[in-house]
Write a protein that binds this ligand. Structure first.
Ligand code: AMO
Length: 454
Protein backbone atom coordinates (compact mmCIF):
# COMPACT_ATOMS: atom_id res chain seq x y z
CA UNK A 1 0.00 0.00 0.00
CA UNK A 2 1.33 3.44 -0.93
CA UNK A 3 0.04 6.63 0.67
CA UNK A 4 0.58 9.98 -1.00
CA UNK A 5 -1.11 12.64 1.11
CA UNK A 6 -4.53 11.13 1.64
CA UNK A 7 -4.32 9.07 -1.51
CA UNK A 8 -4.53 5.39 -0.87
CA UNK A 9 -3.35 3.14 -3.64
CA UNK A 10 -3.15 -0.56 -2.87
CA UNK A 11 0.03 -2.38 -3.93
CA UNK A 12 -0.11 -2.91 -7.64
CA UNK A 13 -2.58 -0.03 -7.91
CA UNK A 14 -2.39 2.68 -10.49
CA UNK A 15 0.18 5.44 -9.99
CA UNK A 16 -1.22 8.97 -10.00
CA UNK A 17 0.52 9.88 -13.26
CA UNK A 18 -1.25 7.08 -15.04
CA UNK A 19 -4.69 7.67 -13.65
CA UNK A 20 -7.34 6.07 -15.86
CA UNK A 21 -9.51 8.38 -17.94
CA UNK A 22 -11.60 10.77 -15.88
CA UNK A 23 -15.32 10.36 -16.36
CA UNK A 24 -18.19 12.23 -14.81
CA UNK A 25 -21.67 10.98 -14.16
CA UNK A 26 -22.76 12.27 -17.54
CA UNK A 27 -20.01 10.66 -19.61
CA UNK A 28 -19.66 7.08 -18.35
CA UNK A 29 -20.83 5.10 -21.35
CA UNK A 30 -21.27 1.48 -22.35
CA UNK A 31 -17.77 1.63 -23.86
CA UNK A 32 -16.40 2.09 -20.35
CA UNK A 33 -17.96 -1.10 -18.99
CA UNK A 34 -15.23 -3.47 -17.88
CA UNK A 35 -12.62 -0.70 -18.08
CA UNK A 36 -10.77 1.35 -15.48
CA UNK A 37 -12.08 4.89 -14.95
CA UNK A 38 -11.53 7.71 -12.50
CA UNK A 39 -14.54 9.50 -11.11
CA UNK A 40 -14.41 12.58 -8.91
CA UNK A 41 -17.01 14.31 -6.83
CA UNK A 42 -18.67 14.92 -3.48
CA UNK A 43 -19.70 12.06 -1.21
CA UNK A 44 -23.45 12.53 -1.04
CA UNK A 45 -24.28 9.41 0.91
CA UNK A 46 -22.69 6.27 2.32
CA UNK A 47 -24.79 3.15 2.76
CA UNK A 48 -23.48 0.08 4.56
CA UNK A 49 -25.49 -3.06 3.88
CA UNK A 50 -23.27 -5.67 5.50
CA UNK A 51 -21.65 -7.59 2.66
CA UNK A 52 -21.71 -4.60 0.37
CA UNK A 53 -21.47 -0.85 0.85
CA UNK A 54 -22.29 1.98 -1.49
CA UNK A 55 -21.06 5.51 -1.82
CA UNK A 56 -23.17 7.90 -3.83
CA UNK A 57 -20.81 10.33 -5.49
CA UNK A 58 -22.22 13.55 -6.89
CA UNK A 59 -20.72 15.75 -9.56
CA UNK A 60 -22.03 18.57 -11.72
CA UNK A 61 -23.96 16.23 -13.98
CA UNK A 62 -25.58 13.84 -11.53
CA UNK A 63 -24.67 10.94 -9.30
CA UNK A 64 -22.48 7.87 -9.66
CA UNK A 65 -22.80 4.79 -7.52
CA UNK A 66 -19.59 3.37 -6.09
CA UNK A 67 -20.30 -0.27 -5.20
CA UNK A 68 -18.00 -1.99 -2.73
CA UNK A 69 -18.56 -5.72 -2.24
CA UNK A 70 -16.56 -6.22 0.95
CA UNK A 71 -14.70 -9.23 -0.38
CA UNK A 72 -13.75 -7.68 -3.69
CA UNK A 73 -12.66 -4.23 -2.46
CA UNK A 74 -9.18 -3.53 -1.06
CA UNK A 75 -9.80 -3.20 2.72
CA UNK A 76 -8.11 0.23 3.01
CA UNK A 77 -10.20 1.61 0.18
CA UNK A 78 -13.33 0.17 1.78
CA UNK A 79 -12.42 1.68 5.17
CA UNK A 80 -11.69 5.11 3.81
CA UNK A 81 -14.77 5.34 1.63
CA UNK A 82 -17.22 4.00 4.20
CA UNK A 83 -15.98 6.31 6.94
CA UNK A 84 -15.89 9.56 5.02
CA UNK A 85 -18.06 12.41 6.27
CA UNK A 86 -20.74 13.46 3.78
CA UNK A 87 -19.72 16.14 1.26
CA UNK A 88 -16.02 15.17 1.34
CA UNK A 89 -14.40 15.35 -2.09
CA UNK A 90 -12.78 12.23 -3.51
CA UNK A 91 -11.26 10.77 -6.65
CA UNK A 92 -12.10 7.11 -7.05
CA UNK A 93 -10.41 4.77 -9.48
CA UNK A 94 -12.14 1.56 -10.35
CA UNK A 95 -13.90 -0.59 -12.88
CA UNK A 96 -17.05 0.67 -14.52
CA UNK A 97 -19.80 -1.94 -14.58
CA UNK A 98 -23.31 -2.10 -15.94
CA UNK A 99 -25.82 -2.26 -13.08
CA UNK A 100 -29.55 -2.68 -13.31
CA UNK A 101 -29.95 -1.54 -9.70
CA UNK A 102 -27.99 1.71 -9.94
CA UNK A 103 -30.01 4.76 -10.92
CA UNK A 104 -27.63 5.66 -13.73
CA UNK A 105 -27.50 2.11 -15.08
CA UNK A 106 -23.88 1.63 -14.07
CA UNK A 107 -21.61 1.66 -11.06
CA UNK A 108 -17.90 1.79 -10.32
CA UNK A 109 -16.15 -0.90 -8.24
CA UNK A 110 -13.17 0.89 -6.69
CA UNK A 111 -9.59 -0.20 -6.40
CA UNK A 112 -8.10 3.12 -5.24
CA UNK A 113 -9.29 6.29 -3.63
CA UNK A 114 -7.81 9.71 -3.06
CA UNK A 115 -9.42 11.96 -0.50
CA UNK A 116 -9.07 15.41 -2.05
CA UNK A 117 -10.83 17.25 0.77
CA UNK A 118 -12.34 15.91 3.96
CA UNK A 119 -15.55 17.72 4.95
CA UNK A 120 -16.12 18.85 8.52
CA UNK A 121 -19.27 17.67 10.20
CA UNK A 122 -22.00 18.30 11.05
CA UNK A 123 -22.91 20.20 7.89
CA UNK A 124 -24.59 23.57 8.42
CA UNK A 125 -27.02 22.61 5.67
CA UNK A 126 -27.94 19.20 4.26
CA UNK A 127 -27.37 18.93 0.52
CA UNK A 128 -29.39 15.84 -0.36
CA UNK A 129 -32.06 16.35 2.33
CA UNK A 130 -35.48 17.29 1.11
CA UNK A 131 -36.42 19.20 4.27
CA UNK A 132 -37.29 22.87 3.82
CA UNK A 133 -34.63 25.32 4.98
CA UNK A 134 -35.00 29.02 5.78
CA UNK A 135 -33.87 31.20 2.88
CA UNK A 136 -31.45 33.06 5.19
CA UNK A 137 -29.75 29.78 6.23
CA UNK A 138 -29.49 28.84 2.59
CA UNK A 139 -27.87 32.12 1.58
CA UNK A 140 -25.56 32.13 4.59
CA UNK A 141 -24.29 28.75 3.37
CA UNK A 142 -24.64 29.37 -0.34
CA UNK A 143 -21.60 27.17 -1.20
CA UNK A 144 -23.61 24.20 0.11
CA UNK A 145 -26.98 25.40 -1.13
CA UNK A 146 -25.59 25.62 -4.68
CA UNK A 147 -24.55 21.96 -4.52
CA UNK A 148 -28.25 21.12 -4.84
CA UNK A 149 -28.81 20.36 -8.53
CA UNK A 150 -32.21 22.06 -8.62
CA UNK A 151 -30.73 25.29 -7.24
CA UNK A 152 -27.70 25.19 -9.54
CA UNK A 153 -29.83 24.46 -12.62
CA UNK A 154 -31.24 28.03 -12.49
CA UNK A 155 -27.75 29.30 -13.29
CA UNK A 156 -27.31 26.85 -16.13
CA UNK A 157 -30.53 28.27 -17.62
CA UNK A 158 -29.36 31.84 -16.95
CA UNK A 159 -26.13 31.13 -18.81
CA UNK A 160 -28.02 29.55 -21.70
CA UNK A 161 -30.42 32.52 -21.84
CA UNK A 162 -27.44 34.88 -22.10
CA UNK A 163 -25.95 32.84 -24.96
CA UNK A 164 -29.25 32.99 -26.82
CA UNK A 165 -29.67 36.74 -26.27
CA UNK A 166 -26.10 37.32 -27.47
CA UNK A 167 -26.61 35.22 -30.57
CA UNK A 168 -29.87 37.01 -31.43
CA UNK A 169 -28.43 40.50 -31.09
CA UNK A 170 -25.16 39.73 -32.87
CA UNK A 171 -27.22 38.36 -35.75
CA UNK A 172 -29.09 41.69 -35.83
CA UNK A 173 -25.76 43.55 -36.07
CA UNK A 174 -25.74 44.84 -32.50
CA UNK A 175 -22.39 45.61 -30.90
CA UNK A 176 -21.74 44.59 -27.32
CA UNK A 177 -20.33 47.44 -25.23
CA UNK A 178 -19.20 48.04 -21.67
CA UNK A 179 -19.78 51.41 -20.04
CA UNK A 180 -18.40 52.76 -16.74
CA UNK A 181 -19.84 51.52 -13.49
CA UNK A 182 -18.27 54.35 -11.49
CA UNK A 183 -20.11 57.47 -12.57
CA UNK A 184 -20.43 61.15 -11.75
CA UNK A 185 -24.21 61.43 -11.93
CA UNK A 186 -27.23 59.19 -11.75
CA UNK A 187 -29.87 58.84 -14.42
CA UNK A 188 -32.61 57.03 -12.52
CA UNK A 189 -33.29 59.35 -9.58
CA UNK A 190 -31.19 60.36 -6.60
CA UNK A 191 -32.93 58.17 -4.03
CA UNK A 192 -31.30 54.92 -5.09
CA UNK A 193 -27.73 56.12 -5.71
CA UNK A 194 -24.85 54.40 -3.92
CA UNK A 195 -22.15 57.00 -3.23
CA UNK A 196 -18.51 55.99 -3.74
CA UNK A 197 -15.43 57.76 -2.51
CA UNK A 198 -13.54 58.36 -5.72
CA UNK A 199 -10.18 59.88 -4.80
CA UNK A 200 -11.09 63.47 -3.90
CA UNK A 201 -14.37 63.45 -5.81
CA UNK A 202 -17.89 62.31 -5.15
CA UNK A 203 -18.95 59.45 -7.40
CA UNK A 204 -21.68 56.81 -7.57
CA UNK A 205 -22.18 53.21 -8.62
CA UNK A 206 -24.03 53.18 -11.95
CA UNK A 207 -27.79 52.64 -11.63
CA UNK A 208 -27.93 51.92 -15.36
CA UNK A 209 -25.83 52.59 -18.47
CA UNK A 210 -28.49 55.06 -19.62
CA UNK A 211 -26.37 58.17 -20.23
CA UNK A 212 -23.52 56.28 -21.86
CA UNK A 213 -25.59 54.12 -24.18
CA UNK A 214 -27.27 57.31 -25.38
CA UNK A 215 -23.94 59.10 -25.88
CA UNK A 216 -22.92 56.16 -28.06
CA UNK A 217 -25.87 56.87 -30.36
CA UNK A 218 -24.01 59.99 -31.49
CA UNK A 219 -20.91 58.04 -32.46
CA UNK A 220 -21.94 55.70 -35.26
CA UNK A 221 -22.05 52.70 -32.93
CA UNK A 222 -25.70 52.90 -33.71
CA UNK A 223 -27.00 49.61 -32.26
CA UNK A 224 -25.46 48.61 -28.96
CA UNK A 225 -26.23 46.35 -26.04
CA UNK A 226 -24.71 45.84 -22.65
CA UNK A 227 -25.25 43.08 -20.12
CA UNK A 228 -23.63 44.17 -16.88
CA UNK A 229 -24.22 44.85 -13.19
CA UNK A 230 -26.36 47.81 -12.16
CA UNK A 231 -26.66 49.12 -8.63
CA UNK A 232 -29.64 50.54 -6.77
CA UNK A 233 -29.77 51.46 -3.11
CA UNK A 234 -33.27 49.99 -2.81
CA UNK A 235 -34.51 50.52 0.72
CA UNK A 236 -37.37 48.05 0.44
CA UNK A 237 -37.15 44.33 1.08
CA UNK A 238 -39.23 42.77 -1.70
CA UNK A 239 -39.19 39.62 -3.79
CA UNK A 240 -38.24 41.63 -6.90
CA UNK A 241 -35.75 44.24 -5.75
CA UNK A 242 -32.07 43.78 -4.99
CA UNK A 243 -29.20 46.24 -4.71
CA UNK A 244 -27.18 44.69 -7.51
CA UNK A 245 -28.68 43.11 -10.60
CA UNK A 246 -27.69 42.38 -14.17
CA UNK A 247 -29.15 44.96 -16.48
CA UNK A 248 -29.62 43.97 -20.10
CA UNK A 249 -29.65 47.28 -21.93
CA UNK A 250 -29.93 48.16 -25.57
CA UNK A 251 -30.05 51.34 -27.61
CA UNK A 252 -30.85 51.84 -31.29
CA UNK A 253 -30.37 54.93 -33.45
CA UNK A 254 -32.40 56.11 -36.45
CA UNK A 255 -35.60 54.51 -35.19
CA UNK A 256 -38.86 55.58 -36.81
CA UNK A 257 -40.74 55.20 -33.54
CA UNK A 258 -40.49 53.24 -30.30
CA UNK A 259 -42.28 50.39 -32.09
CA UNK A 260 -38.88 49.50 -33.65
CA UNK A 261 -37.58 48.89 -30.14
CA UNK A 262 -40.60 46.79 -29.14
CA UNK A 263 -40.18 44.61 -32.24
CA UNK A 264 -36.53 44.01 -31.48
CA UNK A 265 -37.17 43.06 -27.84
CA UNK A 266 -40.12 40.86 -28.77
CA UNK A 267 -37.97 38.95 -31.26
CA UNK A 268 -35.19 38.62 -28.73
CA UNK A 269 -37.47 37.32 -25.96
CA UNK A 270 -39.12 34.79 -28.26
CA UNK A 271 -35.77 33.49 -29.55
CA UNK A 272 -34.41 33.25 -26.02
CA UNK A 273 -37.43 31.48 -24.51
CA UNK A 274 -37.71 29.12 -27.47
CA UNK A 275 -34.02 28.27 -27.13
CA UNK A 276 -34.34 27.66 -23.40
CA UNK A 277 -37.31 25.33 -23.95
CA UNK A 278 -35.40 23.55 -26.70
CA UNK A 279 -31.91 23.31 -25.21
CA UNK A 280 -32.49 23.64 -21.48
CA UNK A 281 -34.78 20.64 -20.98
CA UNK A 282 -32.63 18.90 -18.38
CA UNK A 283 -32.12 22.01 -16.26
CA UNK A 284 -35.80 22.97 -16.57
CA UNK A 285 -36.78 19.53 -15.29
CA UNK A 286 -34.45 19.91 -12.31
CA UNK A 287 -35.93 23.31 -11.47
CA UNK A 288 -39.42 21.92 -12.02
CA UNK A 289 -40.28 24.83 -14.31
CA UNK A 290 -42.92 24.72 -16.98
CA UNK A 291 -41.94 27.38 -19.51
CA UNK A 292 -44.36 28.46 -22.22
CA UNK A 293 -43.53 30.42 -25.33
CA UNK A 294 -45.55 33.66 -24.95
CA UNK A 295 -48.08 34.42 -27.64
CA UNK A 296 -46.94 36.92 -30.29
CA UNK A 297 -47.40 39.74 -31.00
CA UNK A 298 -47.43 40.81 -27.37
CA UNK A 299 -50.60 42.84 -26.77
CA UNK A 300 -50.06 46.57 -26.40
CA UNK A 301 -51.98 48.38 -23.67
CA UNK A 302 -51.63 52.07 -23.11
CA UNK A 303 -51.12 53.18 -19.55
CA UNK A 304 -54.69 54.50 -19.64
CA UNK A 305 -55.97 51.09 -20.84
CA UNK A 306 -54.16 49.45 -17.93
CA UNK A 307 -55.65 51.90 -15.43
CA UNK A 308 -59.08 51.20 -16.96
CA UNK A 309 -58.67 47.41 -16.67
CA UNK A 310 -57.63 47.75 -13.03
CA UNK A 311 -60.59 50.03 -12.32
CA UNK A 312 -62.94 47.43 -13.80
CA UNK A 313 -61.36 44.92 -11.41
CA UNK A 314 -62.00 47.22 -8.46
CA UNK A 315 -58.52 48.75 -8.13
CA UNK A 316 -58.35 52.52 -8.36
CA UNK A 317 -55.10 54.01 -9.64
CA UNK A 318 -54.88 57.79 -9.63
CA UNK A 319 -54.17 58.96 -13.20
CA UNK A 320 -50.43 59.58 -13.30
CA UNK A 321 -49.52 57.17 -10.52
CA UNK A 322 -47.48 54.04 -10.95
CA UNK A 323 -49.47 50.80 -11.30
CA UNK A 324 -47.55 49.48 -8.30
CA UNK A 325 -46.70 45.88 -7.47
CA UNK A 326 -50.32 45.00 -6.70
CA UNK A 327 -51.59 46.72 -9.83
CA UNK A 328 -49.05 44.89 -12.01
CA UNK A 329 -50.00 41.60 -10.37
CA UNK A 330 -53.71 42.08 -10.91
CA UNK A 331 -53.14 43.19 -14.50
CA UNK A 332 -51.03 40.04 -14.95
CA UNK A 333 -53.96 37.89 -13.82
CA UNK A 334 -56.30 39.58 -16.27
CA UNK A 335 -53.81 39.25 -19.13
CA UNK A 336 -53.10 35.64 -18.27
CA UNK A 337 -56.82 34.85 -18.35
CA UNK A 338 -56.71 36.20 -21.91
CA UNK A 339 -53.81 33.88 -22.71
CA UNK A 340 -51.06 36.52 -22.61
CA UNK A 341 -47.97 36.08 -20.47
CA UNK A 342 -46.03 39.01 -21.97
CA UNK A 343 -47.54 42.37 -22.80
CA UNK A 344 -46.53 45.98 -23.32
CA UNK A 345 -47.76 48.95 -21.37
CA UNK A 346 -46.98 52.09 -23.36
CA UNK A 347 -47.45 55.85 -23.11
CA UNK A 348 -46.96 56.45 -19.42
CA UNK A 349 -47.62 59.97 -18.17
CA UNK A 350 -44.51 61.98 -18.97
CA UNK A 351 -44.46 63.26 -15.40
CA UNK A 352 -43.72 59.77 -14.10
CA UNK A 353 -40.88 59.11 -16.56
CA UNK A 354 -37.25 60.27 -16.44
CA UNK A 355 -35.94 63.34 -18.25
CA UNK A 356 -34.46 61.33 -21.13
CA UNK A 357 -37.88 60.03 -22.30
CA UNK A 358 -39.55 61.90 -25.17
CA UNK A 359 -42.87 63.59 -24.44
CA UNK A 360 -45.87 62.83 -26.60
CA UNK A 361 -46.52 66.37 -27.68
CA UNK A 362 -49.96 67.75 -27.06
CA UNK A 363 -50.72 65.09 -24.44
CA UNK A 364 -49.65 64.49 -20.84
CA UNK A 365 -48.11 61.19 -21.95
CA UNK A 366 -44.72 60.02 -23.24
CA UNK A 367 -43.11 57.72 -25.78
CA UNK A 368 -42.33 55.14 -23.13
CA UNK A 369 -43.02 51.49 -22.43
CA UNK A 370 -42.79 48.75 -19.88
CA UNK A 371 -42.67 45.05 -20.69
CA UNK A 372 -44.53 42.95 -18.13
CA UNK A 373 -44.17 39.18 -17.78
CA UNK A 374 -46.72 37.27 -15.75
CA UNK A 375 -47.67 40.26 -13.65
CA UNK A 376 -44.26 41.84 -13.13
CA UNK A 377 -42.38 44.58 -14.93
CA UNK A 378 -39.21 43.12 -16.40
CA UNK A 379 -38.14 45.94 -18.73
CA UNK A 380 -38.74 49.57 -19.43
CA UNK A 381 -37.62 51.97 -22.11
CA UNK A 382 -38.81 54.31 -24.79
CA UNK A 383 -37.93 56.79 -27.44
CA UNK A 384 -35.42 59.34 -26.14
CA UNK A 385 -35.50 63.09 -26.36
CA UNK A 386 -32.67 63.66 -28.86
CA UNK A 387 -33.26 67.39 -29.43
CA UNK A 388 -30.73 69.28 -27.31
CA UNK A 389 -33.00 72.22 -26.44
CA UNK A 390 -35.97 70.02 -25.52
CA UNK A 391 -33.73 67.77 -23.43
CA UNK A 392 -32.38 70.70 -21.41
CA UNK A 393 -35.94 71.93 -20.95
CA UNK A 394 -37.02 68.51 -19.70
CA UNK A 395 -34.14 68.34 -17.23
CA UNK A 396 -35.12 71.70 -15.78
CA UNK A 397 -38.75 70.58 -15.57
CA UNK A 398 -37.58 67.60 -13.49
CA UNK A 399 -35.61 69.87 -11.15
CA UNK A 400 -32.22 68.73 -12.48
CA UNK A 401 -29.27 71.02 -13.10
CA UNK A 402 -28.15 70.62 -16.74
CA UNK A 403 -24.61 71.64 -15.80
CA UNK A 404 -24.21 68.37 -13.85
CA UNK A 405 -24.92 66.50 -17.08
CA UNK A 406 -22.61 68.47 -19.38
CA UNK A 407 -20.65 65.40 -20.51
CA UNK A 408 -23.96 63.87 -21.63
CA UNK A 409 -25.59 66.96 -23.09
CA UNK A 410 -22.54 67.78 -25.24
CA UNK A 411 -23.17 64.62 -27.24
CA UNK A 412 -26.59 66.02 -28.18
CA UNK A 413 -25.22 69.37 -29.35
CA UNK A 414 -23.17 68.11 -32.28
CA UNK A 415 -25.39 65.69 -34.18
CA UNK A 416 -27.54 63.16 -32.37
CA UNK A 417 -29.90 60.90 -34.33
CA UNK A 418 -33.36 59.94 -33.04
CA UNK A 419 -32.98 56.87 -30.87
CA UNK A 420 -34.62 54.60 -28.34
CA UNK A 421 -33.80 51.67 -26.14
CA UNK A 422 -34.54 49.54 -23.15
CA UNK A 423 -33.29 48.26 -19.81
CA UNK A 424 -34.31 44.74 -18.79
CA UNK A 425 -33.62 43.18 -15.40
CA UNK A 426 -32.09 39.83 -16.27
CA UNK A 427 -32.93 38.23 -12.92
CA UNK A 428 -36.53 39.42 -13.05
CA UNK A 429 -36.80 37.80 -16.44
CA UNK A 430 -35.35 34.51 -15.14
CA UNK A 431 -37.55 34.73 -12.04
CA UNK A 432 -40.73 35.06 -14.07
CA UNK A 433 -39.73 32.60 -16.78
CA UNK A 434 -38.99 29.88 -14.23
CA UNK A 435 -41.75 30.85 -11.79
CA UNK A 436 -39.27 31.48 -8.94
CA UNK A 437 -40.79 32.89 -5.78
CA UNK A 438 -38.00 35.40 -5.19
CA UNK A 439 -35.58 37.26 -7.49
CA UNK A 440 -32.76 36.13 -5.18
CA UNK A 441 -33.17 32.57 -6.48
CA UNK A 442 -31.79 33.84 -9.79
CA UNK A 443 -28.70 35.44 -8.21
CA UNK A 444 -25.69 33.48 -6.98
CA UNK A 445 -24.77 35.90 -4.21
CA UNK A 446 -27.60 38.41 -3.80
CA UNK A 447 -27.05 41.87 -2.41
CA UNK A 448 -29.80 43.64 -0.54
CA UNK A 449 -30.24 46.00 2.35
CA UNK A 450 -29.50 43.23 4.82
CA UNK A 451 -26.91 41.20 2.96
CA UNK A 452 -23.33 42.00 2.02
CA UNK A 453 -21.85 38.49 2.43
CA UNK A 454 -21.18 35.88 1.19
P1 AMO B 1 -35.68 50.99 -14.83
O1 AMO B 1 -35.24 51.81 -13.68
O2 AMO B 1 -37.14 50.75 -15.01
O3 AMO B 1 -35.20 51.66 -16.20
O4 AMO B 1 -34.91 49.61 -14.79
C1 AMO B 1 -34.97 48.72 -15.89
C2 AMO B 1 -35.24 47.32 -15.40
O5 AMO B 1 -34.24 46.93 -14.47
C3 AMO B 1 -34.79 46.07 -13.51
N1 AMO B 1 -34.56 46.61 -12.16
C4 AMO B 1 -34.28 45.87 -11.07
N2 AMO B 1 -34.13 44.54 -10.92
C5 AMO B 1 -33.84 44.10 -9.68
N3 AMO B 1 -33.68 44.90 -8.60
C6 AMO B 1 -33.82 46.23 -8.72
N4 AMO B 1 -33.63 47.00 -7.65
C7 AMO B 1 -34.13 46.76 -10.00
N5 AMO B 1 -34.33 48.02 -10.48
C8 AMO B 1 -34.59 47.89 -11.78
C9 AMO B 1 -36.26 45.93 -13.81
C10 AMO B 1 -36.55 47.15 -14.64
O6 AMO B 1 -37.62 46.96 -15.52
N6 AMO B 1 -32.54 53.38 -17.92
C11 AMO B 1 -33.83 52.77 -17.83
C12 AMO B 1 -34.09 51.80 -18.95
C13 AMO B 1 -34.17 52.46 -20.32
O7 AMO B 1 -35.01 53.36 -20.49
O8 AMO B 1 -33.40 52.08 -21.19
C14 AMO B 1 -33.93 52.04 -16.48
O9 AMO B 1 -32.96 51.76 -15.81
O10 AMO B 1 -36.45 44.75 -14.56
Amino acid sequence: MTYINCRCIPEGGVPMSERPPVRNSGTVSKDDFGREVTVKGWVQDVRNLGGISFVILRDRFGIIQIAMPKKKTPPEVFDILTNLPRESVVAVEGTAKESTQAKMGYEVVPNAVEVLSRAASPLPLGVADKVGVEIETRYNNRYLDLRKPEIRAVFEIKSLALDLIDAFLKEKDFIEVFTPKIVASGAEGGATLFPVKYFDKEAYLAQSPQLYKQILMSTGLDQVYEIAPAFRAEPSDTIRHVSEFISFDGEMAFIESQRDVLDLIEGCMQAMIEGVIDRGQKSLELVGAQVNLPRVPYPVLTYSDAVGILASEGMEIQEGEDLGTEGEKLLGEVMSSRGNEMYWIIEYPEASKPFYIMEKDGTPFSHSFDLDYNGQEIASGGQREHRHGRLVERMRKKGLDPSSFEFYLNAFAYGMPPHGGWGLGLERLIQKMLGLANIREAILFPRDRNRLTP
